[in-house]
Design a protein around this ligand. Sequence first.
Ligand SMILES: Cc1cc2nc3c(=O)[nH]c(=O)nc-3n(C[C@H](O)[C@H](O)[C@H](O)COP(=O)(O)O)c2cc1C
Length: 393
Amino acid sequence: MLRVLLGISGGIAAYKGVEVLRGLQREGAEVRVAMTAAAQKFVQPLTFEALSGNRVYTELFPEAGDPEVIHVRLGEWPHLILIAPATANVIGKMANGLADDLLTCTVLSSEAPVMVAPAMETAMYRHPASQRNLQRLADMGYRLIGPEEGALASGSSGMGRLADPQRIVAEAVSSAVTFGDLSGRRIVVTGGRTEEDIDPVRFITNRSTGKMGYAVARRARQRGADVVLVSGPGNLDPPAGVDLIRVRTVSEMRAATESSFEGSDALVMTAAVLDFRPRVVSDAKIKKNANGMTLDLVPNDDFLVGLGARKHGRIVVGFAMETENGLANAQKKRVEKYLDLIVLNNLNESGAGFGVDTNVVTLIDGGEVEPLPKMSKLEVADRILDWVKDRWT
Ligand SMILES: Cc1cc2nc3c(=O)[nH]c(=O)nc-3n(C[C@H](O)[C@H](O)[C@H](O)COP(=O)(O)O)c2cc1C
């Protein structure tokens, strides 16, 4: 799991640190927060404490009786130190190796990479001292994100606005690539539902929300893989740093998956692909009719079979959602579709299936059947990725 120490310094944009914190958490990162004294004038530590679920670090000198040297311990903990927002003052201190508070002292005593998102008024940003300090940070290998142009706290508009929090989160997560255990691998994930038109205003679909596929894509990216997510329609926030291809129909999903599978090391098919589509798609809206109507459906191609048959040593993982005879059906499906692993979800279990954040699955490979307890979809994603990684090594 990506561990981020989020440093908040004392500018108006300190409140946007909350958005950065939430974004990092959404990506599954563990976040600890350190605040400067000035930052606490803008936002109460309690806000960050409640949202991060951890104490907020503010004091360089421990309370009486606490033997720990906090900045050293805190500096050893993160994979990444992210300072957002970074004031001109904190940038100046870091550029010159000053360490007179907990945040700057931790930065100086840590070996973790540092990302800095400056935020200040335009004149402050343009000042030669700030420019020199930012250049120094860049020369030391610190990564700078922004600032951007836009509305500033003073009411004016110009350069100096904190980079968009979502962009900061995406860049922070992408930095995980350097230490992730899947780094150098390319994984294609399909997720969500598909739709097939009946006429220009109606379509058929299913209940998949994409949560499982998005969890696999998110964790694979956080663990360093290059990830293509082929996603059906849905409302989920795309995971940061993945290459997202949006599709609607089975044939669109097939085309995107087949072309992405070229040059990749594994395919994880979580999408709930429609088995049927209307035989005829009406060009005009079908009129209401007192006798009702019968929808004539024909089977869609199961393109997973073709992909499995042509996998040439790449790993292919499929999902099975069964309501009865789960184990036997899933085992049959694994063989028929040339899958290395099939993940069986049982819709009858509570905490499993569509729309929820947990899942109850059984991993089935050639020999073994491994039932897993109820866990979050991110944890299920990790178990699948662990299995795939073991196959590669
Ligand atoms: C209302 C107000 C807004 C401020 N906004 C910023 C800002 O956006 N960027 C900045 O660099 N400094 C800003 N400052 C100045 C910093 O708060 C000041 O330099 C402080 O010493 C920074 O401390 P720190 O870097 O330890 O957090 C602001 C000050 C006030 C009073």
